[in-house]
Design a protein around this ligand. Sequence first.
Ligand SMILES: [Zn+2]
Ligand SMILES: [Zn+2]
Length: 775
Amino acid sequence: MASLPSVAVHGTLKLDSDLRKQPTLSLPNQKKSRTVTHLDGISESMSTDFREALSAIKEDASTESSYYVDLLRDCIDKNSASEAEVVHAQIIKTGFHEDLFVSTFLVNVYVKCGTMESARKVFDNLPRRNVVAWTTLMTGYVHGFQPELAILVFREMLEAGAYPTNYTLGIVLNACSSLQLIHMGEQLHGYMIKYHIDFDTSIGNSLCSLYSKSGQLGSAVKVFDKIREKNVISWTAVISACGENGDAARGLEFFIEMLSEDIEPNQFTLTSVLSLCCVMLSFGIGSQVHSLSIKLGFELNLRVKNSIMYLYLKTGRIEEAKRLFGGMKVNSLVTWNAMISGHAQMMELEGDGLSAYQSGNEALNIFSKLNRSGMKPDMFTFSSVLTVCGSLVALEQGEQIHAQTIKSGFLSDVVVGTALINMYNKCGSIEKASKAFVEMSTRTLISWTSMITSLAQHGISQQALHLFEDMRLAGVRPNQITFVGVLSACSHAGMVEEALIYFEMMQKEYRIKPVMDHYGCLIDMFVRLGRLDEAFDLIKKMDFEPSEFIWSNLVAGCRSHGNLELGFYAAEQLLNLKPKDAETYVLLLNMYLSERRWKDVSRVRKMMKEEKIGKLKDWSWISIKDKVYSFKPDDKSHLQSADFHKFLENLIEQAKSLGYETGEDLEVIDEDEAKASSSTSYHSEKLAIAFGLLNTPSSAPIRVNKNFIMCRDCHSFVKSISLLTAREITIRDSKRLHKIVNGKCSCGDFGSLLWYPLPRGNQHKILRVSNSLVV
Ligand SMILES: [Zn+2]
Ligand SMILES: [Zn+2]
């Protein structure tokens, strides 16, 4: 606002009060108009407004002019700029362009048809400009996503000495909120209070959206309360404000209040309320809103339907969502995107490997259907499916989608670029991730951070740190997550000195307070190096309670470095946290078992029952060409099952010759019982790898995904296999990525976090315990 000429602002207000004395000139208030609101608060109420406004000016218009207006109105109905041009040419021929009424209406026609350049040209040649013309042009720019031009027009208007109405001011406020010009909006608000127009409906609605956009929910509610005659737009604005600012429950309260005031919701209100239900995972209220929307005649409304479908997906009602999706005769890209991202989110939420895999696969199926439907995917579609490919380790599909982004011109989009980096990283191809990063035309903080983290995860620490320095040189300010990447790179390479320097830099230079993840990296580093006391000191220094991850890391470290006293202490702390993660219990059970502390073993098992810790279902999957194959232990369901089981047995024999031991060195607990169970059990990743080796060309890398932490036995087996077959094998388990080349793993063999397998032939108590854990 500071940049607005003060004279003009003064003029605005003086004139505005004058305006109220000449009501015929002012645009009709939204209340009277047939209104539609977008969720972003921009209202489209001009059509009816115009008819009324024009009728005010129309009195002196001749019959011919009304003839042209009727023709132009048809153009609006047909949304046809080309027809408008024909009428326009005729108007010029007959000299009617001198007619203020006709030419002002022409501005409106071009605005409505979205041809702003033509609108501006006609506007510039207007014999006289009234507030209707100025406001029309501004509205056009706001709706056409050019709010900066709307503000410029507003300035021109003030400089020309024209008088904005309340409606005009509402439009300027909308432009301010789109441009995040909060300061300007607040100054306008100040003037509105001073001249007592802040209770006006359209102004109040716009202010409410402005404050919501700037994260000031309190102020948004305050201006809403002040509106004297609240219409459906006002209520929708305040309900969306609650949603946008993380107070979904309050939003629902407003909705109920709105209904009790007998205000009928429109499609935008309904979609807002349904999205609140999604946030609150409240299917009950959501289905009531659904019934209401049918009652109100929105049964076929695409926006409402999309929101309901999204609610189904969010609350895990996949079948209902699919039914709704299948039954939709018309659907938009939004519908497809909702289906795809809904499945992608389900995938993230599902702990269990198999259903996560199924959701991911379904997302990819929907994507190929979308491609076949002839509709063009957008950046949201691409970033969703790329995330899915990453989670499924489906490199081939990911590459195809990469090619599609190039063809459709979305590669330059920074969101898509970042999704590509993450996809390649998760698929274990750091080279391709780097290439995607290098090819990005613009890089954001998120893309830099993704790349640094990817390098760190692949154990390429030096490069990660170099990239971090490049990022600083490029003037991009790192955030909390960037530093997690940097510290984990240091931790990986055991670079204690550097880690401590960056840890200090983060706090002093960037004023970022360390959070659990930062400490986690440092502790991980000391644990890896066997400097357990330093790890423990750091834990004591933290000013918050250590997480499950930190204690289990220490337990694992103590086990592998033989510090039992600290290990048992850490285990106690871990148990106090009542962990929810089945893997943590496996870790503890294994430690107590190997030390034969039976009392502790039964204590842990009791606790697992109390905490309802389910069984760990061991699943692995591998993607070959366009298909993803999944495996569970002892899986005999595959067609070639006999082949690759035999192949696997051969591999194990060969691996043994390279020094691989099948876990027989583990503590023997009961020899007699051991003989009773002779069936060989393979963890799923062994099967997936054997399958992959048999079904891919001899030099192709193997990429396997596993739903929980890999065991030490499989880890060392895969290392031997990578030597034997000269293949690059990548396994992503639930905790980290293992890229194994020539017998070496990128995880730096931090094997102490891998739990022990069932020692073959010596089960007894271990077997009993394990049976309750692994299916
Ligand atoms: Zn294993
Ligand atoms: Zn590893």
